[in-house]
Design a binder for this molecule. Structure first.
Ligand SMILES: [Zn+2]
Length: 288
């Protein structure tokens, strides 16, 4: 495991609050590698939701879930200015079509491409009709996170599906409930990926671009954040926030499918990677 590089020393309260303010003001002005004022798309949301200087653990059900659903978040949180370490747990090797070994190897390539420090593949059965046992997954996560990777609950943030699992796959839904149960038990923050309705899910760049144009327009014309606009953001929760892929990272998102998950590139996957909004934006919500 790569040791965590923490920006903030939480053991000294006085120093840490000064440091916190300093770091937050600096980090909030940076959006990944882009330092332009107009490019503050994600960093305020990342910083103010406590997603910097953390061990971020993404839990997925199958190899390629990280690529088809979560890349905007992974690529943003992995940018160097946030000082996060990324970790990946995949609960099955995706053996439904008897390609489990190949898909494990592909996940390794994807994990390296996306900048995960650690990754682990477990052996739950890949089956769209199967609900997985949350208790069993919880005890596996305890062994991996705490015994093997030596993560601490305080510095860890979990990330996974929501209760609808984006595609309603039973394994995705089981993953959500297991991670939720595990996070609650250990007092760990968990963010879930909001499942969008079909018209939003397959909007390509259209809805994302409307949101971004509105953001830029507000900046250019000096419109304050208090002014509400009906297409401000196509969100599904009052408590959620959106992380956008920048243009560079969109290519990385495509590459994780076209290069790393080669065995999964059947024709309809091309359909997905070009028109799915999950390739250019993610809506996240803190699980209470
Ligand atoms: Zn899946």
């Amino acid at each position: 495991m790569v040791p965590s590089k923490k920006l903030v020393n939480n053991t000294n309260n006085t120093t840490s609050s000064i440091t916190d303010n300093f770091e937050i003001s600096n980090l909030a002005n940076l959006d990944g590698y882009q330092q332009y004022q107009t490019y503050k798309l994600n960093s305020p949301n990342v910083i103010f939701n406590g997603l910097s200087s953390k061990d971020i653990v993404l839990v997925i059900a199958h190899p390629d879930d990280e690529a088809v659903f979560f890349t905007p978040t992974i690529l943003e949180l992995g940018k160097i200015n946030y000082q996060n370490n990324l970790h990946l747990v995949c609960l099955s090797n995706g053996d439904f079509d008897k390609l489990g070994r190949t898909r494990e190897w592909e996940l390794q390539k994807s994990a390296r491409l996306l900048g995960f420090s650690n990754y682990k593949v477990l052996e739950y059965e890949d089956n769209p009709n199967l609900q997985w046992d949350g208790e069993s997954i919880g005890s596996d996560l305890e062994k991996i996170l705490f015994d093997e990777w030596r993560l601490s609950s305080n510095d860890t943030v979990m990330l996974s599906f929501d209760e609808f699992g984006v595609s309603s796959h039973a394994n995705h839904k089981s993953t959500h409930f297991a991670v939720k149960q595990f996070s609650a038990k250990h007092g760990i923050k968990m963010f879930k990926l909001i499942t969008w309705p079909i018209w939003n899910k397959f909007s390509l760049f259209f809805l994302t671009n409307l949101e971004l144009i509105w953001k830029y327009a507000k900046y250019l014309f000096g419109i304050t954040h208090d002014v509400q606009f009906s297409i401000g953001q196509f969100k599904y929760s009052d408590h959620s926030f959106i992380i956008y892929n920048d243009f560079n990272n969109w290519f990385v998102s495509l590459s994780t499918m076209t290069y790393a998950h080669y065995s999964q590139l059947v024709w309809f996957r091309f359909f997905w990677i070009f028109i799915s909004r999950y390739m250019n934006a993610n809506e996240l919500e803190l699980v209470a």
